[in-house]
Ligand binder design. Structure first.
Ligand code: NAD
Length: 485
């Protein structure tokens, strides 16, 4: 194994989990075993919650301007270790080195936002009647938890760690058991940046530890990012225990391509959106609705897709099971009458035969009832459906149960606005294939792509990670008698 067995991180120490059960950590790039990850139990979680609870009074009482100094230093450390972090991310997740560099750069941007929090949480104060003041303050919740998926081993943890912790909370992080290594390095860098022991704790594992997080009475709030199936379970279970919960789920993002779209730019964006990170992005284009005759653009999309080569500018999908699942979707579509214009099945990379690669795949003449039209494939596959009008395209987009992202490619501003107003998705792009809002704008979908109120990043996250204290004060007896007296 290339790396030491992964351990939990509790109160600033690397410790073994109580039980000795582990899972292998496999690199999707070549099938090599990188490490093992422990399946922790409720006892491990309890130790982490105790450590977080003990750290909370001192951390939360520290002025926020002091707390964010840790994140100024952490940002510098992310910059210093960018290459090493990107290599680790790529190794455990299978994405290309370039994609991993972009992921760490996004971590830096997220951290920059956290350092601006003192400017954003100033609260309000007003003399509401003579001599009487009302004032609001954002107060941290206490011990909070963040449960994250495999597809962004560094970025998604950094959606929550900097903001939740800078706002004064102490955190339990539950990484994906498929990619536990980047989180360990993040914890080391935060310690080096001066984060006190116990403020961030990591407990590894799978289902059992997630259930224990939802049930633990010492945890005030749970954020979750992963599939819709598990987001629903976590949201129900955490709120059943009266916790605050924000659970982000899966997606089926639709791109609408209109005949007046710029062909080159559209084709490049569509191909990049469906294949970036091997299609394992909750913001990836997964379905395309061709409005009217856009055959010339579809030809160009195929040209672009053929330039995407597994092992060169296309990474691996996370596991053998994933590769099989994605290839089965393609085969099923073909059997049901769809036309495979570019076929990524059976992809192999010389010298990395145990790697799990799927080539870019363009499927045309998909009908709205096919599974490739409705289900999240999470691979480098785009399913093209054909319509005659924008309203028909919108009807297809609106009928899908998810609501993370939708995009339109057109040069017509009026039509773009018409679609922005009617698409049922939280994040909309116009001539943008992956419409992820950049900080300080917040990230979050609608419908079955998110359960709970607010968004996970940006200004919206302040509301999730804090509660408002409202105080009413009167110090001046000379102020006179009024209704508050
Ligand atoms: P997943 O739902 O399988 O796992 C997410 C987390 O939940 C992991 O930490 C895992 O250990 C845990 N888990 C898995 N099964 C569980 C169960 N039955 N009960 C309790 N916990 C369980 O997701 P994944 O495969 O790691 O990630 C891919 C999914 O995440 C895709 O659906 C993708 O769209 C979604 N995702 C969404 C967003 C978003 O912003 N909406 C962002 C990234 C990924």
């Amino acid at each position: 194994m290339k790396y030491q067995p992964v351990q939990n991180y509790i109160n600033g120490q690397w410790v073994n989990a109580a039980a000795a059960v582990t899972l292998p950590v496999i690199s999707p790039l070549d099938g090599q075993q990188l490490s093992t990850v422990p399946l922790s139990t409720a006892a491990d979680l309890d130790a982490a919650v105790k450590a977080a609870k003990a750290a909370f009074p001192a951390w939360s009482k520290m002025p926020i301007k002091d707390r964010v100094q840790v994140f100024f230093r952490y940002k510098t450390l992310l910059e210093k270790h960018l290459k090493e972090l990107a290599e680790l991310c790529s190794e455990e997740n299978g994405k290309t080195y370039g994609e991993s560099v972009a992921e760490i750069e996004k971590c830096i941007e997220l951290t920059e936002f956290a350092t601006s929090l003192p400017q954003l949480v100033t609260g309000e104060i007003l003399e509401v009647s003579k001599g009487v003041e009302c004032r609001t303050e954002h107060v941290p919740l206490g011990v909070v938890a963040s449960i994250v998926p495999f597809n962004f081993p560094a970025m998604v943890p950094n959606w929550t760690i900097p903001n939740a912790i800078a706002l004064g909370n102490c955190m339990i992080l539950k990484p994906s058991e498929k990619v536990p290594l980047s989180c360990g390095r993040i914890a080391q860098l935060l310690k080096e940046a001066g984060l006190p022991d116990g403020v961030l704790n990591i407990v590894h594992g799978d289902v059992a530890i997630v259930e224990a997080i939802c049930d633990h009475p010492g945890i005030a709030a749970v954020s979750f990012v992963g599939s819709t199936k598990v987001a629903k379970i976590v949201y129900q279970r955490a709120t059943h225990h009266y916790k605050r919960c924000l659970a982000l789920g899966g997606a089926k993002n639709h791109l609408m391509v209109l005949p007046d779209a710029k062909p080159e730019m559209t084709a490049q964006n569509v191909a990049a959106s469906m294949s970036g990170c091997a299609g394992q992005r909750c913001m990836a284009a997964s379905a395309m609705v061709a409005v009217g005759n856009v055959d010339h653009i579809i030809d160009k999309i195929c040209e672009e897709a053929r330039k995407i080569i597994p092992g060169e500018n296309l990474g691996a999908v996370i596991s053998k099971e994933s590769k099989e699942r994605i290839e089965n979707y393609i085969t099923e579509a073909e059997q049901n009458g769809a036309k495979i214009l570019v076929d990524g099945r059976g992809a192999q990379v010389a010298g990395k035969e145990q790697g799990t690669y799927v080539g870019p795949t363009v499927i045309d003449y998909v009908t709205p009832g096919m599974s490739v039209a409705t289900e999240e494939i999470f691979g480098p596959v785009i399913s093209i459906m054909r319509t005659q009008t924008v309203d028909e395209a919108l009807a297809i987009e609106n009928a899908n149960p998810y609501g993370n992202a939708a995009s339109v490619f057109t040069q017509n501003g009026g039509l773009a606005r018409y679609i922005i107003e009617r698409a049922s998705a939280g994040m909309i792009g116009v001539n943008v294939g992956v419409p992820v809002p950049r900080e300080p704008f917040s990230f979050g979908g609608w419908n079955e792509s998110k359960f709970g109120v607010g968004d996970i990043t940006g200004k919206s996250s302040i509301e999730f990670w804090t509660k408002l204290k409202k105080s009413t004060t009167k110090w001046n007896p000379e102020a006179g008698v009024n209704w508050m007296s």
